[in-house]
Design a protein around this ligand. Sequence first.
Ligand code: F0G
Length: 456
Amino acid sequence: MKTIIEPFRVKMVEPIKLTTREQREKLIEAAKYNPFLLAAEDVIIDLLTDSGTSAMSSEGWAALMRGDESYAGARSWFRFRDTVKDIFGFEQVIPTHQGRAAEHILFGVMIKPGSIVANNTHFDTTRANIEFNGGEALDLPCVEAGDLDSDFPFKGNMNIAALQKVVAENGSENIPLIMVTVTNNSGGGQPVSMQNIREISRVARNAGIPFYIDACRFAENAHFIKRREAGFENTATIDIAREMFSYADGCTMSAKKDAFANIGGFLCTNDPELAHRERNILILTEGFPTYGGLAGRDLDAIAVGLREILDEHYLDYRLISTAYVVRHLLEAGIPVIAPAGGHAVYLDARRFLPHIEPLQYPGQALAVELYLEAGIRGAEIGSVMFGLDPHSGQEEPARQELLRLAIPRRVYTQSHMDYVLEAIGLVWARRDEIRGMRILQAPQYLRHFTAKFDWI
Ligand code: F0G
């Protein structure tokens, strides 16, 4: 069969409230033109994030009922720990309530003022947690990542030459760890090749620097390797994932992504002494080391989700359904990051709205217009998110101005995506009339979540 279907059927539904354009004009004005400040009820298709928004399976829900809520040493903990060890392969597993809690603990232990952390591209919470501890977060994406038209299959790769230079100039005393984010969320959801992971690991090991993987979308990345990297065609995706982690010394993970869970995360390492220090902070901020801020039922749901996410029929459907949206946009001549990433479609707002200056936030303007057009909610990844240096207070244009439309796992059907495509086409047709935006009020860190805007 040529038709690719969703490899699941629907057992329970959530109604969508439909709104009119007039209603949406009032709603987005009341939300100060920041989609994060809208009520979810007032959104028709919610593509704000793929994080915590997945549909769990019948097995996932059954696991919730099995949850053991004992304070210490619960059965759920052992099921969770053993699953994480089996796939990720690290000795020490530390549960946290979500990914950024793992980052907070990791960087709290490893970063000193002046420390440098290199990454292909730091996610915003990763960057903020490094900067909060006085460190510097360096993005070293590969050259191809900057060319939105390049069809290079691994645009999530790190620039190895740039990494070698940073390591040579700063040494292991100033670089407490090197990270790579799979897939590269802020860089367009693009995958990192096994070859690149091996090379980062080699640079890190030669310099005696620990190498960590930000593993949020590890299964999508592993499946991209299977489908795109020579030599992996016949390897099971779970074994590709295991090989990826075998080159690293630890990882941070948000189970809200590639574990189908609505909450949860973890931190892993092979270093027992480091884990001991991390657990001491865990007890202070998250909870006892066998639950770390999660209910027993959450640990069980994550254990089931980590197995399900590696189902290759699911992963084929996942990558193909995202590529479907990108293909139709490209056919309509609409600027979008290509080739398609795994979890999201990234409209290139700089080329969509070339008449709007970067510091008049074209990505934000596009987000607001898509909401007005059809009640679709996306997230700006551009100068709102990354333009402000929290130390100097200076604002500079970000590397890219993107509008991310993240696709929750197993939630929307192909006709929902057709609706999204039609809406983008309608906004594209009237793009010349769209104005830029200004910020009325914003905090120093992670300002995109709460900033208030108005039209220029
Ligand atoms: N790292 C990456 C690459 C992420 O995408 C996220 C979250 C985190 C770390 C933090 O995890 O949310 O569980 O604390 N990304 C979400 C997103 C919020 O919409 O992309 P968290």
